[in-house]
Design a protein around this ligand. Structure first.
Ligand SMILES: [Zn+2]
Length: 218
């Protein structure tokens, strides 16, 4: 089994400062995931390491070595720094929300949504009241992603399933059901039908907690 975490020296693409980061090993085996794609076992260990913040220029991203050219100016803006300095959120959630802001400002809406969703996971883990706000921010970014034909999941089925589950967790069962129906129409394999049924059942019973996907082998 591959190590889940690695140490890696990385040069920031904004300011060229090099820092050694703890990074999630992309080859690490992940045992199971929730419907909204949160890796079930690995997530508590890995969640702090899906975002990196440069200690010099405060650039936040999934990998500080890569950056949109416009981000060099954005990381200096009041709006960006206000997110990082907002003590109303857990520290890690602020890093994710700053990364989400950078992505949103450079029209990478699907990535922005994922960063905001991870901020929500961090808040959930701490029973922090801003989890709902972070999920709403993720849903707004995912909506923009769909409008700009950016893929949220690996395919249209996954995108509908994930977005539906995030709506459910945010307490909007009507919108969750609409996305769940889209996923049901696109389900081709037995395992896809099982997972959409899981989501449908959870919506019907208004369960807002985490539900783990059944084993998907297709
Ligand atoms: Zn930097």
């Amino acid at each position: 089994m591959q190590q889940a975490l690695l140490r890696d020296a990385r040069q920031c693409a904004v300011c060229t400062n090099t820092t050694t980061y703890t990074c999630v090993n992309p080859r690490a085996h992940i045992e199971g995931i929730d419907i909204d794609s949160r890796p079930y076992e690995l997530s508590i260990i890995a969640l702090p390491y899906w975002v990196q913040q440069c200690g010099t220029c405060r650039h936040c991203g999934v990998d500080v070595r890569t950056v949109h050219p416009d981000a060099r100016a954005i990381v200096k803006t009041t709006a960006y720094l206000a997110i990082l300095n907002d003590t109303g959120y857990p520290f890690l959630a602020r890093e994710y929300l700053a990364a989400a802001h950078l992505c949103r400002m450079t029209e990478r809406y699907a990535e922005a949504g994922w960063h905001a969703l991870r901020a929500a996971w961090k808040c959930e883990d701490m029973l922090h009241p801003m989890a709902g706000f972070c999920r709403t921010s993720a849903l707004q970014a995912f909506e923009l992603a769909l409008q700009h034909e950016q893929s949220v999941g690996v395919n249209a089925f996954e995108s509908a399933l994930i977005i539906g589950d995030v709506w459910r967790r945010n307490g909007d069962n009507a919108t969750a059901a609409r996305f769940c129906q889209q996923a049901q129409l696109m389900a081709e394999h037995a395992s896809q039908r099982v997972v959409t049924q899981q989501l449908s059942d959870a919506i019907a019973t208004s369960q807002r907690g985490r539900i783990q996907r059944s084993v998907i082998t297709n």
